[in-house]
Write a protein that binds this ligand. Structure first.
Ligand code: SOE
Length: 387
């Protein structure tokens, strides 16, 4: 019997539009789904952005997201736009009865994020905040270890998400560097990921103190501030513009209900760290390490190992025993960054008919936003701030 289809509309055609398009295209080939997603319409901001629609696998294109999210034939709206557009699109989609996937961070402010959650709950639609790194087989394995208590009492959660794509002061002022478009800089863009991983793996951050820093305060303006590549071809307009967001955030946190100390670094000024998202968890029974540049491995140290064998063992998280791996290749054949998005789409589609879901929702997006906002306040006041 033919499977029921769900029509998907994607809003946003840049980097996340590409990763999510790849995911919608691949998910049915590698995973068994309760319904068949149809890549119905890709909505962009500029006509030239839509040239990729056919190559990505979309049936139609549009420049009018309001018209798209209201279409009666659309079941799911996938929001892959710059952060400031997340609230209006997600709220309109929820009000129209569409299930909503939204890229992180959920919004620019806690207030906006809460409005998105309220709209989704009121409409009774499914909602995901796409914290992609949760869906790596190695991180999913660490989650299982934490649920079993393999590391015992947790002393430290330590995370650093380091990039270097804007170290060159001549890199233009793209939307990720403009507060009204992005909310915050490294803090909300990549800091959101490590805050969520702390929430996912260890527990809620209850209070923070920290510092934000902008290293390059003026950058060349270009005709369009889309995308992350700041393609050299983007026509410069010969003027400079202010960067009003952080280039780096360093903060510490205490975990609710525990004496765990958490430390976070999110920076775009770590030359050589292209996209180095790393986490470390240290507990009374052992420790675990993971980083995105070595994403198919985790390192595990167990204090239970006999003295002559103690040390970090490098676990190859590419065996069908690890979540998601069985859908891809035989053991040892590694996967990449793009697979995380296929996993998150698989979980979202699989959850459509379920009353309880296990993926990160707008609730998690709001929880993350509250930490981001507390860090901004802590940086301004130079005081500890309760989340
Ligand atoms: C830019 O920092 C970025 O594209 C983030 O926005 C993504 O969330 C991350 O996965 C890769 O880097």
């Amino acid at each position: 019997m033919a499977k029921k289809t769900v029509n998907v509309a994607m809003i946003g055609a840049q980097f996340m539009g590409k990763t999510h398009s790849n995911a919608w295209r691949k998910v049915g080939m590698f995973f068994d789904l309760p319904v068949k997603p149809v890549m119905k319409v890709l909505c962009g901001k500029f006509p030239e952005e839509l040239a990729v629609a056919e190559k990505y696998g979309w049936q139609e294109t549009s420049l009018d997201w309001e018209e798209v999210v209201a279409r009666p034939d659309i079941d799911i709206v996938d929001v892959c736009t710059p952060n400031f557009l997340h609230p209006p699109i997600a709220i309109a989609a929820a009000k129209a009865g569409k299930h909503v996937m939204c890229e992180k961070p959920l919004a620019n402010t806690v207030k906006e994020a809460q409005a998105m959650l309220a709209a989704a709950k009121k409409a009774g639609v499914k909602h995901m905040c796409a914290f992609s790194y949760r869906f790596s087989p190695a991180v999913s394995t660490i989650k299982q270890m934490m649920l079993r208590g393999d590391l015992g009492r947790i002393f430290h959660f330590r995370a650093a998400y380091q990039q270097d794509w804007i170290v060159d002061p001549n890199f233009p002022r793209v939307w990720r560097l403009v507060k009204k478009h992005t909310g915050s800089g490294a803090l909300g863009d990549i800091g959101a990921h490590i805050v969520d991983l702390c929430h996912h793996l260890v527990g809620p951050v209850a209070e923070v103190c920290g510092a934000l820093q902008t290293f390059v305060t003026q950058r060349p303006l270009t005709e369009s501030d889309t995308g992350i590549s700041g393609k050299s071809g983007e026509k410069r307009v010969g003027r400079m513009g202010e960067v009003d967001v952080d280039d780096a955030a360093v903060f510490v946190g205490r975990i609710a209900g525990a004496d765990t100390l958490a430390s976070f670094e999110a920076t775009r000024f770590a030359p050589g760290r292209r996209n180095f998202n790393s986490i470390e968890i240290y507990g009374s029974e052992g420790s675990v390490l993971w980083n995105l540049e070595d994403m198919n491995y985790l390192q595990y140290f167990s204090r239970k190992d006999p003295g002559h064998l103690q040390g970090f063992r490098r676990v190859h998280a590419t065996d069908p025993a690890h979540p998601y791996v069985g859908a891809w290749w035989p053991t040892g054949h590694i996967i990449g960054y793009e697979h995380l998005f296929v996993h998150e789409v698989y979980e979202f589609v699989s959850g459509l008919g379920k009353s309880k879901v296990t993926y990160p929702t707008f609730e998690d997006g709001v929880a993350c936003q509250k930490v981001l906002e507390a860090v901004e306040k802590a940086s301004k006041t130079k005081k500890w701030v309760k989340v």
